[in-house]
Design a protein around this ligand. Sequence first.
Ligand SMILES: O=C(O)CCC(=O)C(=O)O
Length: 281
Amino acid sequence: MLEQEQVHHQLYPISQPGTMTEMDKFVFDAFGYILIEDVLSLDECEEVLEAAKRLHKDGPKDRLHQIGRGFETEQAIENLIDHPAVLPKIRGILGDRFVLQAAWCTIQPAGSQSVGWHQDGSGAVEFRNLGVYPLPLLQLRASFNLTDQSQHFMGNMMLIPGSHHGQVRLPDSARKEIYASPIQHIVTCKPGAVLIFHNGVWHSPMPNHMDYDRYNMHYIYSPPWLRRSDRDATDPAFLERTTPLRRALMGDYARPDVPFGGGFPAIPFDDEANGNGNGKA
Ligand SMILES: O=C(O)CCC(=O)C(=O)O
C-alpha cells in the first residue's frame, strides 16, 4: 500500500533505488520515465561534479555542451556506470544484454538556455522510421543530476509524460518554447537524484538562470548492436584496468558479429550488488 503523501507527489513517477518493481514497470510504461532521489550523497555528488568541471574546463560556456567518454579518465564518472541503485532498473527494463552506448557529461552554463524539445535518436535515420508505433526503446538514459535543480530555471529536465507512446508529434511551433505543452512536467530535484527515461519521451532542458553552471551526467544503455555515439572504440588502457562487468558493458567485442551471431557472452553481473532487475536483488 502506498502512503497518501507518496500518491500525490506532484504526479512524480518516484521510484526507490535498486530492484525494478512491478510498480516501477507500470509507471515507466505509463510515463516513460522514473525518478530516484538521493542516489548520491552530497559528498559523492561533489566528487562527480569536480570531475565534470575538469572535463568541461576548456569547453564553451555559452550554451548546452556535452562531452563523452569521461569514464575513461575520471574514476568518479566510471563508478556510476554500474551504480547499484540504477543498474537493476536498467536490467529490469532492457533485460541482461545491453551496452553503455554513450556517457555524456552535459553543462548548461550559468545564465544560458538551450530550449529544444526533442526525442532522442538519430538525425541520420530517426528511430521512428523503424516502426510506426510504439517507438522502440533503443536508448535508455540514466541522468545523474549533479547540481541543485530543486527550483525552476535551474537547467531542469522538462518532459512530457507518456509521449513515447504518442503517434502525434509535438508541433514544430512548440519546440523552442519553455512552456510547450499543458501536460509537460518540469523535474525539480536535489543533486544526486537520477532520472531514467525512454528515448521516445519528448524532453528539453529548461534555461539556467543561476549564476553557476548546471551539470548532468547521462549514461545511455542500449541493445548491443547499436553503434556507440561517444566513441568509435573504448580506450584499450581503460578496458585493461576496469572491472569485468564494466568491460563487458563497453561493447568492445573480439569479433564484430558477436551481437548478431548468437554467441553473445553473458555479462558478469554481480547479482548481490546489481540485482537482476526483477525482484531478486
Ligand atoms: O543535459 C541536458 O539538459 C539534456 C540534454 C538532452 O536533452 C539530450 O542530450 O538529449
